[in-house]
Design a protein around this ligand. Structure first.
Ligand code: NI
Length: 184
């Protein structure tokens, strides 16, 4: 089922999401199916459960639409349940980020260049995996959502001032998108 995406300003996006009980397989499978459908219909490359109003530590990243800019993402898709960052590099890098909950705003964000993540995949198998480049970036962005953080919190203060008015508009629902949105 396609779900509306909660916009910047919604409370659910500022809460720390709850760990998922792996025994609750039906719930997890249903949630992932709904998130995948929602992500595809919004043409996004990543979605975290809080963005559809569900407090659960589940995220999806899908780089397969981004292969023009990043050819190595051709087959890159991950579903992560209860992800934990085990290590992050001291080296950082800058990428422009955007978010389905913050339509129309893109901004450079600095984050660690590489991370190691432990998570359960969609088959509930435990995986430990290293990520770098834009794959790493997509995951870091979604991991933030699970902790109630958003990329606009991390942009440089001067840029933040420039987008302040747009953020206020979004938080009042004054925005048009090709996908269904919601504010709580
Ligand atoms: Ni986002």
């Amino acid at each position: 089922m396609k779900l509306p995406i909660f916009l910047y300003g919604s409370k659910v996006l500022r809460e720390s999401a709850k760990e998922v009980d792996p025994a609750d397989k039906d719930h997890i499978t249903g949630l992932i199916a709904d998130m995948e459908e929602t992500l595809a219909s919004a043409d996004g490359c990543g979605l975290a459960a809080p963005q559809v109003g569900v407090s659960a530590r589940v995220l999806i990243v899908d780089g397969r639409e981004l292969t023009d800019a990043y050819p190595y993402l051709k087959d890159f898709k991950r579903v992560m349940i209860n992800p934990v960052v085990l290590e992050e590099s001291r080296e950082t890098c800058d990428y422009s980020e955007g978010c389905l909950s913050v339509p129309g705003i893109y901004a450079e964000v600095r984050r660690p260049e590489k991370i190691r993540v432990e998570y359960l995949n969609e088959n509930l198998e435990k995986v430990t995996e290293d990520f770098d480049k834009f794959a790493c970036r997509m995951i870091q962005h979604e991991l933030d959502h699970l902790d109630g953080k958003m990329f606009v919190d991390r942009v440089a203060p001067i840029r933040r001032k420039m987008i302040a008015k747009k953020l206020t508009n979004i938080s009042h629902g004054k925005i048009s998108t090709h996908y269904k949105t919601k504010l709580d």
